[in-house]
Every structure is written in C-alpha cells, then in structure tokens.
Design a protein around this ligand. Structure first.
Ligand code: F6R
Length: 486
C-alpha cells in the first residue's frame, strides 16, 4: 500500500487527474463514490475539470458506497442527496448510469443483492474511499468481516457521534445503514483512499500496521493496487510517506524526502551547498548520512591580502561552520583544476572517484547542466565522469544556483519548506562571511526560494493559474535525472 503525503489541494488535483485519465482510457469506467467532508474538495475539482471541458462523464457509471437506512433519497442528510448536490447534478452523468442506494427502500436486502449483482456484472474500476476515525471504510465498522458483502449494518456509536454534526441531535443520526462490504470494495481494480486532518492519523497508522477485522481499512493492505493520499496532519504518526507527482513534478517536503540513504553533495565552491540547497540538505541530514564534497579551496574569492593558504583556511572554517548548522559532513577534496585548469582533469577525476567509491552514495547532487559558472561546469563534468566509473550508479539530483537557474521545463522535483528551515539555510549561508560581505548571497537565495514557491504554485501545480494550491512559502528545485516529465 503506497501512502502519499501532500497538501489537501494537491491530493484532490492529483486524484482528479487520475480519474480524468482513467475515463479517457475507458469512458465507461465504474466509479464508487464516498460521502463525507473529505471528498468535497475532490468533487469540486472534478466539477471544475468538467466545466473546463477536461473530463467527460457521459459514459461513466457511478455507485455510492453507502447510505443511512431510513433516510429517503431526498432527505437533506441522505448520501444520495449529498452526491447529487455536490457532484452528480453538476456534471454530464447520465441518469441511467447512476446507482444510488435508497435508504427507504421497502426491501433493503433485495437492494443489497442488486448492488452485488451490479458489481459482479460491471466490476468497479475505481473505488474512492474516505476513512472514519475508527478506521471504517464505507460503513464497514470495526469487526466487519473481511469477507463481508453489501448488507445492512448497525452504525458504531463513535460514528454516530462523529456524524451528529450534520443532524440536530445525536439521537437524530440513523442507527443503521446499507453499505457495500469489504470484499465488495476489494473487488475494485483500483482503490484510492483519502484522509485529511489529525483526527484521521490514528486510523491511518493502524491500517498500515497489520490486517485485522478490528481495523476495517487494514484490509487494503491485501489489495495490490490501493493508494492512500493524506495531508501532513493525517500522517503525523507515521515515520515517512511517499511524495506525489503532479504534472510530472515530484513534490517533496520533509516527510517524504529520501531516508536512510548515503548522500553526496558536490559543492564546487565551499558555499554552493548552502546557497543552492541549504534547506533540502538540512532536512535530508536529519534522516540520512549527508556528505558535502567541497571540490575547491575557493581561495580566489577571498578578497584580502592574506596568503593562499590562509584564505583556504578561512573558507574551510566557514564550511565547517555551515556543516554544523546543516548537520552535514564536509569532505575537502581541494581539486587541482581550480588553480591548474584542464590539465588537472584526470588527477581530479581519480580523486573524486576514490572518494565516491569509498562512500558508495545512493544519491549525488550536482550543479545543473546549464549552470554558467566555469567552476561549477568543470565540477559537474569531472564528477559525472567519475560517477560513470562507479559500479553502482547513484541517482543524480541536479540543483540550481544563482549562476544557472532552471528554465520552466528544466526541473522535475520541488522541495517545499517553511520559515524555520529557511532560517537554517540563511544562517548556513551567513557562515560564509568572506563571501557574504562581498555579495548578498543570503538575500539572493532567500528571494529565489520565495520566487520559486510563488510561481510554481501558480504555474505547475495549478494548471497555469487555476486554483493554485497552498504550498509552503519557500522551495528549492531539482532535476532528478532519468525521471521524465510527462
Ligand atoms: C461515507 C463513507 C464513510 C466516510 C467516513 C469519513 O460514504 O463511506 O466511510 O468516508 O466516515 O467521513 P468524513 O470524510 O466526513 O470524515
């Protein structure tokens, strides 16, 4: 079971995009729909996509997962009414393709039987699910059998208490419901569960621990194609979760950055690591072993009358101070090319190869290919050749610097971060006093990170201006090589 974490808005955008794709491929896809607070944002997104002509529901087949027993379809709190009002009445669904339970049906058993027959005949392509605080899915409350089918159930007291917010009193909440069973839902080719908010974090944690009928949602662990989409609050009890991809761009925050990896950052000058990726490195260093390979002494950029050795020592001290803040470890390679140029290439390559080979990194960060700074370009070229010789090839993450910003299509990964992480980045850049007193790199880096968050939220993540999702206020960008944009 893959658990993805991202902002609420991106969850809905990315699920809506999946549904649009599924319907393009198979216009008569069968989709099971949940009710509740959680999917409202998804329905809004789907309606908007429909209004923009980006999705056609005319042949899609819809069924609802559950319904309160005793409420007529027109009742203000019936799930049928909810789905019509928020979704089905706003799109071009054909009424003959809509199958909603009737909570007031005379023969509920017959209705359950008919739903099973429908599922048997048409299958379910996508089952969309919310999750209860007690880990129920649809109205399969704790204790529901994993083999359960569509049936009448008694609602758990806890569920009635949670849902009382929609009724005048708790007493007014129906005591029974009709629900598709766990086995019925498991027949879906694809299952997408959404969870928003801290109240769902217990259920999310429990459902991932072990499959038990006490935790109905845990059955999804037995499904080969179930995806769980959570916002940060819903995964706060988990150690990690995956990042989502949106418009070909992977969105990372601390929760879903790589963990337990050996990571090397190729920093042409001593301060490139902090300027380009101080935020990402500080987050990575909490869960990984991060080495910063400082490629050159950087003595040329120290503007005083001291000797080359003294200048080198100054920059080393600054790198060590940076590493203390970011919790990385500097490795000083002091490559010859910085003073000798091209003729040092072979020697330098050997030196990098040996250092890399000792660490056997899983991930290597490099200045991106259109960086204009000659030292950055040389460092990239020589490091790439050394990497070529490694037995186990690491994943390459290209980074941008003020001397080589990515073009709009140049990157495919975003790391978003908050003010507190920006402070770390800022502090780490400011440790390079010999440089910041000459050029305000900390100001440039902060503004690039802010500019990235503003424009990327607006362009890439929001389909060029439509509903930009909330993101954290700062971003660093990367290109993970080998990952193609769609
Ligand atoms: C409703 C349903 C329920 C809800 C769950 C969460 O059709 O199947 O399982 O998904 O009770 O409800 P919300 O989203 O309101 O927290």
């Amino acid at each position: 079971m893959n658990v993805f974490v991202c902002s609420e808005e991106l969850i809905f955008k990315s699920i809506a995009a999946q549904i649009a794709k599924a319907l393009e491929k198979k216009p008569s896809s069968v989709i099971a729909l949940p009710t509740g607070s959680t999917p409202l944002g998804l329905y809004k997104e789907l309606v908007e996509k429909f209004e923009h002509g980006e999705i056609d529901f005319s042949k899609a087949i819809f069924m609802n997962l559950d319904e309160y027993a005793g409420l007529a379809q027109g009742h203000s709190q019936s799930y049928a009414r909810f789905l019509r009002k928020n979704f089905l009445d706003k799109i071009n669904a054909s009424s003959k393709n809509i199958f909603l339970f009737d909570g007031k049906a005379k023969d509920m058993k017959k209705q359950a039987f008919e739903r099973e027959a429908l599922v048997k005949k048409r299958g379910i392509d996508i089952a969309l699910l919310g999750i209860g605080e007690n880990a129920h899915i649809a109205f399969n409350e704790p204790g529901s059998g994993f083999a359960s089918r569509t049936r009448i159930v008694k609602l758990a007291d806890a569920t009635r208490a949670v849902n009382a917010r929609f009724f005048k009193t708790k007493k007014g909440v129906p005591t029974q419901a009709i629900t598709m069973g766990l086995a019925t839902i498991m027949a879906a080719k694809k299952i997408i569960l959404m969870a928003i908010g801290k109240k769902k974090s217990w259920a999310i944690k429990k459902m991932l621990e072990k499959a038990t009928e006490k935790v109905p949602a845990s059955i999804l662990g037995k499904h080969g194609n179930a995806e769980i989409y959570c916002n940060e609050e819903a995964v706060f009890l988990l150690e990690s979760a995956l990042s989502i991809e949106y418009n070909g761009t992977t969105v990372f925050s601390e929760k879903n950055l790589p963990k337990k990896k050996r990571i090397i950052f190729i920093s042409p000058h001593p301060d490139d690591s902090a300027i380009a990726a101080g935020a990402t490195l500080s987050m990575l260093a909490r869960h990984n072993n991060v080495l910063v390979f400082v490629m050159t002494s950087g003595h040329r950029a120290v503007k005083n009358n001291q000797s080359k050795e003294q200048k080198t020592a100054i920059r080393r001290r600054e790198s060590i101070a940076e590493a203390k803040i970011l919790k990385t470890k500097p490795v000083f390679l002091q490559l010859g090319f910085y003073d000798e140029g091209e003729k040092s290439f072979v020697k330098d390559k050997k030196k990098i190869f040996q250092a890399l080979n000792k660490t056997r990194p899983d991930i290597v960060f490099l200045p991106q290919e259109s960086d204009t700074h000659p030292t950055h370009r040389f460092a990239r070229r020589v490091a790439l050749e050394a990497i070529e010789k490694l037995k186990k090839k690491p994943e390459i993450w290209d980074y941008e610097t003020p001397w080589g910003l990515f073009t709009h299509k140049g990157f495919n990964a975003i790391v978003e971060f908050c003010n507190k992480t920006l402070e770390k980045k800022d502090e780490s850049i400011k440790k390079h006093v010999s440089q910041t007193k000459r050029t305000k790199f900390e100001v440039a880096a902060k503004n690039i990170a802010r500019f990235r968050a503003i424009t990327i939220g607006e362009q890439i993540l929001s389909d060029f201006g439509r509903n930009p999702p909330k993101t954290l206020p700062f971003m660093e960008l990367f290109k993970i090589e080998g990952k193609q944009k769609e």
